[in-house]
Design a protein around this ligand. Structure first.
Ligand code: ZN
Length: 500
């Protein structure tokens, strides 16, 4: 039965989403194609489109349509109720932020990104510190404009993962902090490290060819996606036009391959969201923790499995015969599954990766509750890195300046990665139960059953359930650390799970 009010709302939400996608495209282009001296021009473009987007998302007519629908007795969990609940939240966010604020924020994001990139090249935190200070102040202003008072960090978490906050995350991360460092030590002791410098001269064009084939096998739709190069790999766009990036190192092909599989995991989620509901909460990802669960599941549980490489190793050898002539299958798999604490998060293995996140969560909390001044951040970074990873960063570029997130004011995002790892492990064990013989599929280069299962349990649901409820519905368990610790023990301590 046609419902003119609901249809008008959906039309306006989709229009705002389309303008937002142009903003995303400009951001993608900025990191992939922009000439070095054109940053000012891009900042102007971003400012104008951001203000158009803001106008569309805060269109007073959306407010009126929402009020009209809210006055009805909507069945909880019905499509209309889901759309209204999320659209109300998004609308309040958009309409309570003054246009001046939105323009200032868009300009700062662009300026701070370029300041960060330059400071990182020079390995000089002091050049970036004022921009970080401004981003934190901006985040506080935003939280207070939206009625979160001084709970600015909880607001930041809620932006990425609706319904989660620092109090929910703290005990989960405390459990990881208790169990992971010991697990890392046992794993490092138990495993033989692969030979150093075993990869040389892997040309980027052939790496790209391998990646294109591998992602197509996983189910990525290249008719609606592409792969480019950026400093920091990411996935932008949406399911209708999915932009993946990676970066190529001729002496470490695994970097590009696993970055690409990771980003493709995000892309597969976007491409699996219901197309007809695109641009409305029914066709949007639930949050970043679940997004990261998709990228991490494909990257780690699938991409680092021996079965995956039983299928893909011959293809890699056919592209890189001379380069792999002296590399045994065992050494290749050892390199793929190497566990070694290092300074850089994006280079980290799936075990120590979580320790990088625990650090950033503690630092962000301290920055937001005023216990830590921006100027003291490098010192505190080093202290935590030594405590958790046993690593003293060589310089700012390998420490506090390594991540792009804070330059764009993306606070409260890092926890999503470790939460995503937990959810990925829970999904993995559930998938193994639900899909007998799943690992054998991978050895035959077949991934369709797993993708279909993820489509059904996660992708097709859009925002119908919040993160915590979705995890219970999909895995039968509340979000926790047990599955992740079990996965890491089983994979890296082949003798079997030890008490973790
Ligand atoms: Zn990711």
């Amino acid at each position: 039965m046609p419902d003119a009010i609901y249809e008008d709302l959906v039309h306006r939400l989709k229009r705002a989403d389309t303008i937002g996608s142009v903003l995303g495209l400009l951001g993608w282009d900025e990191q992939v194609n922009l000439p070095p001296d054109s940053a000012d021009r891009r900042a102007q473009q971003l400012q104008e489109i951001a203000s158009l987007h803001h106008a569309a998302a805060s269109d007073p007519e959306i407010g009126r349509l929402l009020s009209a629908l809210e006055s009805r007795d909507l069945a909880p969990g019905s499509d209309i109720a889901v759309v209204v609940r999320h659209a109300r939240r998004d609308y309040d966010r958009a309409s309570r932020l003054p246009e001046d604020f939105v323009r200032e924020k868009a300009a700062l994001d662009s300026e701070a990104y370029h300041a960060w990139a330059k400071a990182r090249r020079a390995s000089d935190f002091t050049a970036f510190a004022p921009f970080l200070g401004r981003q934190i102040a901006m985040a506080r202003r935003e939280a207070s404009l939206l009625g979160w008072g001084d709970r600015a960090y909880d607001y930041a978490i809620d932006l990425h993962d609706p319904g989660l906050d620092a109090a929910f995350i703290e005990p989960l991360f405390a459990a990881l902090k208790r169990d992971l460092p010991g697990l890392v030590r046992r794993i490092v002791q138990a495993r033989t490290a692969p030979p150093a410098h075993m990869f040389r001269g892997f040309d980027a064009a052939s790496q790209r060819e391998f990646i294109r084939e591998a992602l197509a096998k996983l189910g990525f739709n290249w008719g609606r996606g592409r792969l480019d190069v950026s400093l920091h790999p990411f996935c932008a766009g949406d399911g209708l036009d999915t932009r993946l990036t990676t970066r190529f190192d001729e002496n470490n092909p695994l970097d590009a391959i696993f970055s690409a599989i990771h980003e493709a995991g995000h892309g597969l989620y976007s491409q699996g969201l219901p197309a007809a509901d695109h641009g409305t909460p029914l066709g949007q990802a639930v949050g970043m923790a679940v997004h990261e669960s998709q990228s991490r599941l494909w990257e780690n549980q699938v991409g680092r499995s021996p079965e995956f490489w039983r299928f893909f190793e011959p293809r890699l050898r056919s592209l890189f015969g001379p380069q792999l002539a002296g590399v045994s299958s065992a050494d290749l798999l050892a390199a793929i599954n190497e566990v070694r604490p290092g300074p850089i998060r994006v280079d980290a293995d799936e075990v120590t990766y979580n320790l990088h996140i625990l650090m950033r969560f503690e630092l962000e909390k301290a920055l937001f509750d005023g216990r830590l001044a921006v100027a003291d951040l490098p010192r505190e970074w080093t202290r935590l890195s030594e405590e958790l990873l046993g690593i003293t960063p060589a310089d700012d570029a390998h420490g506090v300046l390594q991540d792009i997130h804070w330059s764009g004011g993306a606070f409260g995002y890092f926890p999503s990665y470790a939460l995503g790892n937990m959810i990925a492990a829970q999904l993995w064990y559930r998938a193994l139960e639900s899909l007998p013989g799943l690992r054998d599929d991978f050895a035959r280069g077949e991934f369709a059953r797993l993708l279909a299962w993820l489509r059904e349990t996660i992708h097709a649901r859009g925002k119908r359930l919040d993160t915590r409820d979705l995890v219970v519905a999909a895995t039968g368990q509340p979000l926790g650390t047990d599955a992740l610790l079990r996965h890491l023990s089983e994979r890296y301590l082949p003798a079997g799970p030890t008490a973790a």
